[in-house]
Design a protein around this ligand. Sequence first.
Ligand SMILES: C[S@@+](CC[C@H](N)C(=O)[O-])C[C@H]1O[C@@H](n2cnc3c(N)ncnc32)[C@H](O)[C@@H]1O
Length: 255
Amino acid sequence: MTQYPEEFIERLHLVWGTGFLSPGGGEEVARIVRGLDLKDARVLDVGCGTAGPAITLAREFGARMTCIDVEEPVVARARQLVAAQGLEDRIDIRLTAPGPLPFEADSFDVVFSKDAILHIPDKPAFFADVLRVLRPGGAFAASDWLAGPDAAANPAFRRYQELGHLDFAMASAAETEAAMRAAGFRDVTTTNRAGWYADMAAREVDAIAGPLREDIIRIAGEQVLARWLETRRALRDAVRTQGLCPTHLRATGPG
Ligand SMILES: C[S@@+](CC[C@H](N)C(=O)[O-])C[C@H]1O[C@@H](n2cnc3c(N)ncnc32)[C@H](O)[C@@H]1O
């Protein structure tokens, strides 16, 4: 059963821009990889969505992208958007099964991911696998949605999880850092982006209730709109109260 059917992709594109199933667009992608030289680098994007991040990394940074995602409608849309940009020679989109990364050891210079690791329950296994596919001294640069330290007691965070239809396995920053270090990563850092996203999430609620309302009703109907607004209000409040924290993750593999 897909978690990202076509109509949900359309709604997310309305709010976050065509090609993006997460907030911030190309500017946020650029902040995630800040300081890395990606010219002709072999970059793996885990949970590539509809390829907005990959298109940014290929076009603006010259990366050679291999992108994986587990959802058929998402992959189909990603391929369309990549073809529309004429970037098929720089971006390879693959439909994969959840689980171990289907690549040989030492296949990539950089592993990138934007707001997708929250769908992967076994973080220690995931980070060990990322390190395996990275070349020695390669970089891991990602964003993920993490649970704040008091998330379990945060009513908005709990409400968001109840209302949303997505399978989330959100870890805390401490758990994520521990999993990266246990895998063998060095220079591990996490940077909380809740302050940045809080304002944007509030504006998104206003847009869904206002200028985007009719388009969303056309795509998904009134009932979906009503429930989505409730979900998005809970998300806004969870981010504002640091129950849910979009967070940048950086680390380097041993050289
Ligand atoms: C919130 S979306 C983000 C997509 C994209 N990175 C972006 O920022 O627009 C999360 C994506 O992760 C994908 N996903 C879920 N579980 C996955 C897994 N085990 N491996 C790879 N991708 C996964 C989903 O299909 C979805 O496209």
